[in-house]
Design a binder for this molecule. Structure first.
Ligand code: SF4
Length: 315
């Protein structure tokens, strides 16, 4: 399928059936930690990047095929999903077809836009990101489109939160030397207190970021987080996701996941291992796909990551 993938394991959403209505790396941000590579279509224009009918047909087919095999239907882009103009129609159709909650993973940049608010209000969970505390840090970390200001971003979060009856879970990406000091975290906390999300997920860049100088904070960050958020009961600190799916068609499944994002070797093993498909078999399958130039491995933060070989024709 072109627009629907999975179900794939997700740290926050269990098994998620993903819908991606946006062309690869079409985004109004250029985050320094982006795991999808460089933003090659840097735009803040909302339009139907692909024909709505085609996407709806795939959504219908995928939901029927995967009934009872997923926990959430997730709109998540190879770019920013709220840039899809008729997102509301896609969400409504997904809700008509399944009883599972529909969620939208977004950078939150357009939450101030009434049309985007109106689209997301139909969903069950909205998961925006907030990594900065003022205009300068916003520009340094998220490198937004010039038409997006930090004040608008925060106001959009506050306004939408008040209207939205579903769950509002904010993710904060912490990076070493970028936004991980106590002072910076206290400023981010001030913004979070204005927004009042239902849940906060603190994350670190565990997958290879677009900028190689972006690093995971030192472990000492955990004691700072504990101190700052001591009175919070709705916060999750970084942890390794638990994945538990098995597929008989390893190649198809692993490529469909790596198409969306790189994955650590140990996560792939955890995801796919079963009584008759052990670690050695998984590694040998990965090596086979590498020899076929379909995927490549890379060492990051002392861990092996596998990702799709986007330059296979040139290799
Ligand atoms: S992390 Fe998300 S919002 Fe940031 S550049 Fe990548 S796709 Fe866009």
């Amino acid at each position: 399928m072109k627009y629907v993938y999975g179900p794939v394991p997700s740290r926050r959403l269990g098994k998620s059936l993903g819908i991606d209505p946006i062309p690869s790396k079409t985004c109004n941000f250029q985050c320094i930690y982006c795991q999808l590579g460089k933003t090659n279509n840097f735009t803040n224009i909302r339009k139907n990047y692909f024909p709505k009918k085609e996407i709806l047909t795939e959504i219908e087919k995928a939901i029927k095929l995967n009934e009872n095999k997923f926990d959430y239907i997730t709109f998540v882009g190879s770019g920013e999903p709220t840039l899809y103009k008729d997102l509301k129609d896609l969400i409504i159709r997904a809700k008509e077809l399944s009883e599972k909650p529909v969620c939208v993973i977004t950078n939150g940049s357009l939450l101030y836009d009434k049309e985007v608010q109106n689209a997301l209000i139909s969903s069950d969970v909205v998961l925006p990101s907030l990594d900065a505390w003022d205009e300068n840090s916003f520009i340094r970390i998220n490198r937004p489109h010039p038409s997006i200001s930090f004040n608008n971003l925060i106001q959009g979060f506050i306004d939408f939160r008040k209207k939205f009856m579903g769950k509002f879970w904010i993710e904060v990406m912490l990076m070493k030397g970028i936004n991980d000091t106590k002072e910076e975290l206290l400023k981010i906390k001030e913004k979070l207190e204005l927004i009042k999300p239902d849940r906060i997920d603190i994350n670190v860049p565990i997958r290879p970021p677009v900028e190689k100088w972006v690093k995971i904070p030192d472990k000492s960050i955990l004691s700072i987080l504990n101190e700052i958020f001591v009175d919070y009961t709705n916060i999750n600190f970084p942890e390794v996701g638990k994945f538990n799916i098995y597929s008989s068609d390893f190649e198809k499944e692993v490529l469909s996941i790596l198409e969306r994002h790189p994955m650590r070797q140990d996560q792939i093993i955890e995801t796919f291992s079963s009584s008759n498909f052990d670690e050695d078999k998984i590694i040998s399958q990965l090596k086979k796909l590498k020899s076929q130039k379909k995927i490549i491995d890379t060492l990051y933060n002392k861990q092996i990551f596998w990702k799709l070989n986007l330059n296979k024709d040139k290799n």
